[in-house]
Write a protein that binds this ligand. Structure first.
Ligand code: GCO
Ligand code: MG
Length: 402
């Protein structure tokens, strides 16, 4: 029997910080898992190094489901982003190994293709409406069939989702940047730029918008109603999702589709949202919701209730996660859309391979496993640098949801 011989945890900052788990079997097969939790990276690295790696050595790498149950139930302490990200990394690495042992790309192990390619959306943004419109035009001319639109609210300056450099990278400072927030200013302004996008470019592509957890349910209902003429593909994270029941109120007021789940970690975190059909798209990911094993379980539950998938795919999900996501996306019957921001050049020096983009669709690689390699030597050129996500404060100085 093949055994897990080695499990190594790498923390590096090629363009941004990534935590990567590499498992090697006694047969010399190597599997990769992403363990990146933006702004809390070292907590997951320690969870893996100090608590999980000792449990992995000598175990059968083929028993993926058993390993998941062992790590989840064996922790006793349930759920939570740190635990679930660590379990995700192990699970993803074992799927990579299984694919390599079988000589098959991972999507074949998940039931094979349900579709030819994976529809993606990318991020257009601007410091004002004019800049946003230029950016939307750029993405459409690159062949994207779906674009997310975010613009800075004039009264509050920079806000969530507005790019400064080549890629939007919110975790940019050594200590949290404190950013101002004004709900009324946002509610007055955001519908106007979404309307401007539709007015200029029409309805021949999907338009998305991320509210980023900043509204109360009633405010979200008002926003959803206001943008109904824009026929959004979705409004994302309209209200914080810890309170699943809160979405009922939004639902009762608007036909704008709702997506949520990027900060949630397990099937129990989305159970009410899915079974009561309070959302249209579930955004949980391979890296933060327990790996392919658990994400597949969430997606299957969603399928029963007509909820489609729309996984998070920001730059803080490493190319290993993105590859795993695309293998699952291409296989599940209820796939909706995949977020795809791409990665910095430095990131791609360290992580080689992965899905290819053509005409607004991602395609999984056909090589055995996930199809991504980690270049340890290249990673050494990018030592870990601490970076935090920003914090939002209302105009009266109190903390708001960022
Ligand atoms: C998205 C997300 C991200 C997150 C980031 C936090 O929809 O892409 O909201 O931009 O803010 O992933 O780490
Ligand atoms: Mg989001």
């Amino acid at each position: 029997m093949s055994k897990i011989e080695r499990a190594e945890v790498f923390v590096a900052s090629p363009g941004r910080t990534f935590v990567t788990l590499r498992i090697t079997t006694s047969d010399g097969v190597v599997g990769l898992g992403d363990a990146t939790l933006n702004g809390r990276e070292l907590a997951v690295a320690s969870y893996l190094r100090d608590h999980l790696v000792p449990l992995l050595i000598g175990k059968d790498p083929a028993r993926i489901e058993d390993m998941w149950q062992y790590l989840y139930k064996g922790a006793y302490w349930r759920r939570g982003p740190v635990t679930m990200t660590a379990i995700s990394a192990v699970d993803t690495a074992l799927w990579d190994i299984k694919g390599k042992v079988a000589g098959l790309p991972v999507y074949q192990l998940l039931g094979g293709r349900s579709r030819d390619g994976v529809l993606v959306y990318s991020h257009a943004s601007g410091r004002d409406t004019a800049e946003l419109l230029d950016d939307v035009e750029r993405f459409l001319s690159l062949g994207y069939k779906a674009v997310r639109a975010q613009a800075a609210v004039p009264e509050v300056g920079g806000t969530y989702g507005v790019r400064k450099g080549k890629l939007y990278e919110p975790a940019a400072t050594a200590l949290p940047d404190e950013q101002p927030w004004d709900t009324e200013a946002y509610l007055n302004f955001a519908p106007t730029y979404l309307e401007a996008v539709r007015e200029r470019f029409g309805f021949g592509f999907h338009l998305l918008h991320d509210v980023h957890h900043r509204l109360t349910p009633l405010e979200a209902a008002r926003f959803g109603k206001a943008v109904e003429p824009c026929r959004l593909y979705w409004m994302e994270d309209p209200t914080p999702a810890e309170n699943q029941e809160a979405f009922r109120l939004i639902r009762q007021h608007t036909t704008t589709p709702i997506a949520t789940g990027e900060v949630l970690n397990s099937i129990w975190d989305v159970q009410t949202l899915i079974t009561e059909q309070l959302i249209d798209y579930v955004r949980t990911t391979v890296v933060h919701a327990g790996g392919l094993t658990h994400l597949r379980r969430i997606f299957d539950l969603a399928a029963l209730y007509g909820v489609r998938t729309g996984s998070h795919g920001a730059t803080d999900l490493s190319p290993v996660s993105m590859a795993a996501a695309v293998h699952l996306d291409v296989a599940v019957p209820n796939f909706g859309i995949q977020e795809y921001m791409g990665h910095a050049d430095e990131t791609l020096e360290v992580f080689r391979g992965g899905p290819t983009l053509a005409a607004g669709m991602l395609h999984p690689t056909e090589v055995p496993g996930l199809g991504v390699e980690y270049d340890e030597k290249a990673a050494e050129r990018y030592p870990y640098e601490a970076r935090y996500l920003p914090v939002a404060r209302r105009l009266d100085g109190s903390v708001h949801d960022w």
